[in-house]
Design a protein around this ligand. Sequence first.
Ligand code: GAR
Length: 218
Amino acid sequence: MGEPGRERGQKTRGEHLRVGVLASGRGSNLQAILDAIDAGRLAARVVVVVSDRADAQALDRARRHGAKAVFVDPRQHPDREAFDRAMLAVLDEHKVELVCLAGFMRLLTPGFIAAYRHRILNIHPALLPSFPGLHAQRQALAYGAKISGATAHFVDEGVDTGPIILQAAVPVLDDDTEETLSARILAEEHKIYPRAIQLFVEGRLEIQGRRVIIREGS
Ligand code: GAR
């Protein structure tokens, strides 16, 4: 992968960054990315969508958009490392430059993260570092938080611990259920995730330890 004389991910004018999306389910964040591309708000190309579930709606959304949709079956691989290597082979085949997790419900192995270091993004339905992991909205309700939200962040070896790019807050209302809170948060996810990806595309994200500095646009 990569080309001589050019940093990975750094684009020449007129080229669009080649994005691979990993998704396990509904794929509404994938759809938000595809819609942002169609609307000209995101200068990227989703070249492949990979799922660990054959029936993921995200795969249908990919096909409808004309992107390659690939199911990688976890049961066909003896361990997580082998499964991740199979996903990496698909991403490599499609010359993916940036990996976006969009409701991908598996932990990536250190080998995968090393292969795409600082080039994996995730969207999480809470204001990290609060409520990492599964069922973040349920966790926020159970804890009695008054404010929750969405976080777009780089992925590192931890569970939702990578440097934060953008966050958006929403109120938690007294009569919220997991469903109503999730819907309010999801609307914010769909706004900040494509924006965070576009900032990456523009080369404006500078990681300084835990902090992500957003450089001025030209
Ligand atoms: C989204 O709310 C996303 O933030 C969350 O799963 C949902 C997927 O929805 N991801 C996580 O909880 C990851 N820890 P989608 O398939 O419609 O994008």
